[in-house]
Design a protein around this ligand. Structure first.
Ligand SMILES: [Cu+2]
Length: 284
C-alpha cells in the first residue's frame, strides 16, 4: 500500500522539487545575477558602491518584508474566527505601539539615506589629479557626440570627435584601467548619460556641465543609453561603449583623425530641430 503524505508534507515536498527545478534551469550567469539582485556584471571601479547599496537596500527590505508578512500570517491564523460571533480583543490608542510604528520607519529611512549619501559621494568623487583621458559628451536630440580631448596626447595630438545621428548609433571608446573624466553638456533638453554596466548615470542638463570620473576595469563591449525621457526619439539615444587596450584606443582615435573628425563639437552647434517623422511605408 502506498503511504499517503499529509497535506503539509505534500506542500513541502512540492516546494522543494519546484525550487530544484527552477534553480537547475538557471545558468551560472543567471544564478550570479540573482546574487546581484538583477544588476549586470560590473565593469567599472565605481560600480561596487552602487552595487552594495542596491543589494543592501534589498536585504533590508526583505528583512522588513518577512517580518511584516510573518505578522500578517500569524494574526490571520492566531485570531481567525472560530465561532460565528467571536471577535478578537479590539485595541485602540495604544500609545507605545503608535510611537513605535511612527519612529521605526523614520529610523529605516534615516539608515537608507545615510548609505545613499555615502555611495553618492564615493561615486561622484573626483580623481586627485586630472585624468589623462577627458571625453566631452554632448546629448543632442536624438543622439550623442563624443569629443576626445587628446591634443596633449603625443600619440594622437588633436581633439577628435564622433557624432551620432538618429540613424547611426555612435561608439564610445575607452582605455581599460585608465581614469576618464566625462564632462556632460546638453544641446537642447535634459538627457541622462547611462552605462548600465558601470552602474552609473548622470543627468545632462542644458546650460550646465556635469562631470564625473570613472575607471573602466573590464575589456568588452557595453550598451549605453539615455535614461531621461527626453522626447519622441528618446529610445533612439543609444551608444556602444568599447573598453579596449591603450593601443586599440589610440588606433581608434587616429582613425577618427584620419577621417577628418578633428576639433571639438560644442553643444550650441546643434540646431534644435525635430527631424520629420517618416511617412507610413516610407524608407528612412
Ligand atoms: Cu535623451
Amino acid at each position: 500500500m502506498v503511504r499517503q503524505l499529509r497535506p503539509k508534507k505534500q506542500l513541502l515536498v512540492a516546494s522543494v522539487i519546484g525550487a530544484m527545478l527552477v534553480l537547475a534551469g538557471c545558468s551560472a550567469e543567471t544564478t550570479a545575477q540573482w546574487g546581484r539582485f538583477g544588476l549586470p556584471e560590473s565593469a567599472s571601479d565605481r560600480a561596487p558602491y552602487i552595487g552594495n547599496l542596491w543589494v543592501g537596500a534589498w536585504i533590508a527590505s526583505l528583512v522588513v518584508g518577512v517580518f511584516v508578512w510573518g505578522l500578517i500570517v500569524w494574526v490571520m491564523i492566531r485570531y481567525r474566527r472560530r465561532t460565528p460571533d467571536e471577535h478578537p480583543r479590539q485595541t485602540r490608542y495604544n500609545l507605545p505601539l503608535e510611537l513605535l510604528y511612527t519612529l521605526v520607519p523614520f529610523l529605516i529611512i534615516g539608515v537608507l539615506f545615510f548609505y545613499t549619501v555615502q555611495a553618492q559621494n564615493s561615486v561622484l568623487a573626483k580623481e586627485t589629479t586630472q585624468p589623462a583621458t577627458t571625453v566631452n559628451v554632448i546629448g543632442q536630440k536624438w543622439s550623442w557626440t563624443f569629443n576626445y580631448m587628446e591634443d596633449q596626447n603625443p600619440a594622437v595630438g588633436a581633439v577628435v570627435h564622433e557624432a551620432g545621428t538618429i540613424d547611426r548609433i555612435p561608439d564610445l571608446y575607452l582605455p581599460v584601467d585608465k581614469p576618464v573624466r566625462f564632462n556632460l553638456a546638453s544641446a537642447d533638453v535634459i538627457h541622462s548619460f547611462w552605462i548600465p554596466a558601470f552602474y552609473f548615470k548622470l543627468d545632462v542638463i542644458p546650460g550646465r556641465t556635469n562631470s564625473f570620473d570613472v575607471t573602466p576595469e573590464k575589456l568588452g563591449t557595453y550598451s549605453g543609453k539615455c535614461a531621461e525621457l527626453c522626447g519622441t526619439y528618446h529610445a533612439a539615444m543609444l551608444f556602444t561603449v568599447h573598453v579596449v587596450t591603450e593601443e586599440e584606443y589610440t588606433a581608434y582615435l587616429n582613425k577618427l583623425k584620419a577621417a577628418g573628425q578633428v576639433g571639438e563639437i560644442k553643444a550650441p552647434d546643434y540646431p534644435n530641430v525635430v527631424p520629420s517623422v517618416p511617412a507610413e511605408g516610407e524608407k528612412k
